[in-house]
Structures are given as structure tokens and as C-alpha cells.
Design a protein around this ligand. Structure first.
Ligand SMILES: Nc1nc2c(c(=O)[nH]1)N[C@@H](CN(C=O)c1ccc(C(=O)N[C@@H](CCC(=O)O)C(=O)O)cc1)CN2
Ligand SMILES: NCC(=O)N[C@@H]1O[C@H](COP(=O)([O-])[O-])[C@@H](O)[C@H]1O
Length: 169
């Protein structure tokens, strides 16, 4: 892991990175007069670390073309896409009365959670679940799935053909 970036301060991921002597950066959208400026700055900050792969985990901003054109971006979403995309996937699945939800690891594109899917895992919705209990159960799966997928992608590489992502040669 070459760096950890965020769009706001006070993120546990930033603190954990600092404790591990991993470089960090914060770029707040509100510090820029246009979103296009922020998009460019985010891409420039990432480029300074020359990553092979950018991982979005709890990053709650849509990344613009400057970043997407420069790096592969892997995102983890707490629902089984294409169901329940967006910033509130857990709440929306619960409100819909879903009996099964889960998490999705996908390669981000210019849309919102529309990129090609790399991996998914189902998580049951229990009768007494609220958003917090369901989200915590999903996060436990996400953390394992994301680490597994990132490890395999960086070790084995990956190909994208249309909407099909294959890890390995
Ligand atoms: N280009 C992309 N960038 C990102 C994607 C993506 O699919 N394409 N996924 C997100 C993560 N995400 C869901 O997995 C997600 C996060 C945030 C939003 C959203 O509506 N954000 C608003 C602001 C919300 C806020 O500040 O509270 C926004 O960006 O204006 C939708 C989906 C990571 N980036
Ligand atoms: N649409 C993006 C989205 O909802 N991302 C979700 O934010 C959570 C962050 O958890 P954390 O704060 O415990 O790292 C994760 O469940 C991640 O999938």
C-alpha cells in the first residue's frame, strides 16, 4: 500500500495509515471552486504515488475522468449490484424488503456503481435487522472479499472484456 487518501479529515483509515508510516493525503471538495478542479487535484495527488491499483473503500465521492483515465479504480459497495447502487445501498435494500443482499467489488467507471463486477458475496437480511446491524454484517464480508480480490488482482493481473472481469492470465 503506497498511500491512503480521503476527501475529509478524521478518517480512521488515515490514522491507521499514519501509525503504519504510510503516506496520506486529504483533498476536500469544498476547498475548490469547481468539482472539475477537485477531480484534477485528486488525480494529481494519486499520481504522485504511482499506484498499480486504486482501491475505493468507503470513499463517498464519485471520482471523475482524470482519475478514471489514469488508474484502474476498484470499489467496494455494500449491496449486490446492479441492485441498490449509490450512497445508501444498505438502507435501500432494507427499505425494499430484500431478504438477501451482500457486497460487490467492481471496477469503477464514470457512472455510479455501473462498472464491471469483479466479485460478489451474498449476505442474508435477518428479520430484526436495522441498517446498522445489516451493514456491520456486510462489512465483515466486504473486508475479507476486498483483501482477497486485491491480492489476487495484483499477483495475477486481470482482464476486462465488455462487462466480464477475469483475474489471472
Ligand atoms: N466514478 C466513480 N466513482 C466512484 C464510484 C463509482 O462507481 N464510479 N463508487 C463510489 C462509491 N459509492 C458506492 O459504492 C458511492 C459513493 C458516493 C456516492 C454519492 O452519491 N456521492 C455524492 C456525495 C455524497 C456525500 O458526500 O455524502 C457525490 O459524489 O456527489 C455514490 C456512490 C466511489 N467513487
Ligand atoms: N456506495 C459506497 C458505500 O456505501 N461504501 C461503503 O461504505 C462502507 C464504509 O465502511 P467503513 O466506514 O467501516 O470503512 C463500506 O460498507 C463500503 O462498502
Amino acid at each position: 500500500m503506497v498511500a491512503v487518501g480521503a476527501d475529509r479529515d478524521g478518517i480512521e483509515g488515515l490514522s491507521r495509515a499514519a501509525r503504519a508510516n504510510v503516506p496520506t493525503f486529504v483533498e476536500k471538495l469544498g476547498d475548490y471552486s469547481t468539482r472539475a478542479e477537485w477531480d484534477e487535484v485528486i488525480s494529481t495527488r494519486i499520481a504522485a504515488y504511482e499506484p498499480d491499483l486504486v482501491v475505493s473503500a468507503g470513499f463517498m465521492k464519485i471520482l471523475g475522468k482524470p482519475t478514471l483515465d489514469a488508474f484502474p479504480v476498484l470499489n467496494t459497495h455494500p449491496a449486490l449490484l446492479p441492485s441498490f447502487p449509490g450512497a445508501h445501498g444498505v438502507r435501500d435494500a432494507l427499505a425494499h424488503g430484500a431478504k438477501v443482499t451482500g457486497c460487490t467489488v467492481m471496477l469503477a467507471d464514470e457512472g455510479v456503481d455501473t462498472g464491471p463486477i469483479v466479485a460478489q458475496e451474498a449476505v442474508p437480511v435477518l428479520p430484526d435487522d436495522d441498517e446498522a446491524t445489516l451493514h456491520e454484517r456486510i462489512k465483515a464480508v466486504e473486508r475479507r472479499l476486498l483483501v482477497d480480490v486485491v491480492g489476487r488482482m495484483v499477483r495475477e493481473g486481470w482482464t476486462v472484456s465488455g462487462r466480464t472481469v477475469r483475474i489471472g492470465k
